[in-house]
Design a protein around this ligand. Structure first.
Ligand code: MN
Length: 133
């Protein structure tokens, strides 16, 4: 199992207690909510992923550490490693998070935040997540 990042590229911030994540997650707003382009550094413990959700204006993920996944509804999961870029279309139902055996960090950029907050849906089922390597 990879260890918690000793020298993360961006500071991890505080642990974020939230029902929309399956485990422990750390959130550091690099550019605050309420700005024209909110940017967050998000760090997932191994096995932690968020629930299915949709962004009203879309989202961009820039992977900075570890190994994880991105999946759009109806599509196979995409494995993610540092340097990967994910463009998430507006209103696309999706989830993102860590692999079972790895910490995972990405920068999350909210596109057109004036269109409203994300819509949170059901958790990712164990059947879907456990099928991933
Ligand atoms: Mn998202």
């Amino acid at each position: 199992m990879s260890r918690i990042p000793e020298a993360p590229l961006f500071p991890m911030g505080e642990e974020f207690i939230n029902d929309n994540f399956s485990g422990a997650v750390w959130l550091n707003m690099l550019i605050p909510l309420g700005s024209d382009l909110p940017v967050a550094n998000v760090t997932f413990e191994p096995g932690c992923r968020n629930s299915w959700h949709e962004h009203m204006g879309g989202q961009v993920l820039l992977v900075t550490n570890g190994r994880g996944y991105y999946q759009e509804w109806g599509q196979p999961a995409r494995e993610l490693r540092p340097g990967d870029v994910v463009q998430i279309p507006a209103h696309a139902k999706h989830w993102h998070g860590a692999a079972k055996d790895s910490w995972f960090s990405h920068i999350a950029i909210e596109i057109h935040p004036e269109k409203g907050p994300a819509t949170w849906l059901e958790p990712v089922s164990d059947d879907i997540y456990d099928a991933l390597a």
